[in-house]
Design a protein around this ligand. Structure first.
Ligand SMILES: CC(C)(COP(=O)(O)OP(=O)(O)OC[C@H]1O[C@@H](n2cnc3c(N)ncnc32)[C@H](O)[C@@H]1OP(=O)(O)O)[C@@H](O)C(=O)NCCC(=O)NCCS
Length: 352
């Protein structure tokens, strides 16, 4: 009998299960994010309020056969705040598909959200027709979903030689070659004046910067001080650089390493948070270039940032980022139908 319950195991088992399912389903057909043990420990399993409420898994006896994992977040939706979650890692063992396990996990997730007064669960689906099962599955719960448009990435290649043969699509490989010829971006040598690693004492300034991002969006995360502190610094997993201006922290960039499997795995630096406050353009560029240089030193081959309309595009173009096709759809599974997402045009959340 298949049983659906809260995940009580460790990060290693979770990473192994999700990587196996995603590799088995998509390797060689589209890029596969290889979220690892360190990532799950950081983002989902380390202690925090309400930590495991939405970590749902399915077992057949002692065998882990399914997962649908989410983290509770508070969101600003237009001018009000609502509780919701950010979900991902929907995975069902290939031997157990089309038996309703995905639906069972979704229904239990729905029940838990309703019980806790959470209005929606936000996730991303990959738009790769004929390959990705995300859209086919989510259309099976169509009455509950609101698709919030499409989004692509800003990508900045840090090592062309490593990236040029990486993508599974011949067209994208060609794109990287053309890009190299046309727009490789400025060199990553940069003056580090005022730029340094994040320290816990920077938290109030960083919180103000991150909350400042909400002014330009219809839907975005309201970070609590504790959750933001964890996002910015946790063991050796996330990296955060800040820049000081007139003795105060005036901007930040926060990223982590994510290996992506194309024709082989390579490391990407995924930027979750970028906040420039009122920094002048030259300082914004310096901060980005410093982060890119650090990523390259750490062995990452390209940098990625979700292409939300609220990011200022000028410093991104100037530092060598280029916009990639819109291949993801943010999708909300609506748990409280009295909350309307119909007017959400500008969204800004981190990738999961
Ligand atoms: C997507 C996934 C989680 C679905 O799990 P599942 O347990 O097989 O899902 P269910 O049995 O509950 O299917 C529910 C409905 O989704 C649709 N569906 C699911 N898989 C499908 C497939 N391969 N082809 C067509 N429709 C499919 C069907 O409408 C199905 O209802 P039906 O079987 O009564 O026709 C699973 O295929 C998987 O792990 N895929 C790889 C990882 C992934 O893509 N995750 C989602 C990322 S957004």
């Amino acid at each position: 009998m298949i049983e659906c319950r809260t995940y009580e195991g460790g990060a290693a088992e979770l990473a192994r299960f999700i990587q196996d399912v995603w590799r088995g389903s998509y390797a060689g057909r589209m890029p596969v994010p290889l979220w690892d043990e360190r990532y799950f420990d950081w983002q989902l399993l380390s202690e925090r309020p309400g930590g495991r409420d939405y970590l749902l898994v399915a077992y057949d006896g002692t065998r882990l056969v399914g997962s649908l994992l989410a983290e509770g977040f508070r969101f600003r939706l237009h001018d009000r705040e609502v509780d919701g979650s950010m979900a991902s890692w929907m995975a069902v063992d290939a031997d157990y598909r089309r038996k309703g396990i995905g639906t069972m996990l979704y229904q239990e997730q729905r029940r838990r959200h309703v019980e806790r007064g959470a209005a929606f669960s936000l996730a991303f689906v990959y738009l790769q027709p004929g390959v990705s099962l995300g859209p086919v599955f989510s259309s099976s719960v169509a009455g509950d979903t609101v698709i919030l448009g499409k989004v692509g990435w800003w990508a900045r290649v840090l090592d062309h030689r490593a990236v040029v043969g990486w993508d599974v699509s011949r067209r994208n490989r060609l794109g990287v070659s053309i890009l190299r010829a046309l727009h490789s971006g400025p060199p990553l040598a940069v003056g580090l004046d005022g730029i340094r690693g994040y320290r816990p004492a920077d938290l109030p300034a960083c919180l103000a910067l991150v909350h400042g991002l909400l002014a330009r969006v219809d839907l975005g995360c309201v970070w609590s001080p504790e959750r933001l502190a964890h996002q910015l610094r946790y063991e050796d997993v996330p990296r955060t650089l800040v820049v000081e201006q007139d003795g105060r922290v005036g901007g930040l960039v926060n990223y982590y390493r994510l290996d992506l499997l194309g024709r082989h795995p390579i490391g990407a630096g995924v930027i979750d948070l970028l906040a420039f406050g009122s920094l002048p353009n030259t300082t914004r560029q310096r901060l980005l270039l410093a982060a890119l240089a650090q990523m390259r030193e750490e062995g990452m081959k390209f940098a990625l940032l979700l292409r939300w309309p609220a990011w200022p595009s000028r410093p991104l173009w100037a530092t060598g980022f280029v916009p990639m096709p819109r291949n993801l759809s943010p999708i909300c599974f609506v748990m409280d139908r009295t909350v309307s997402l119909a007017r959400v045009k500008r969204l800004q959340v981190h990738f999961r």
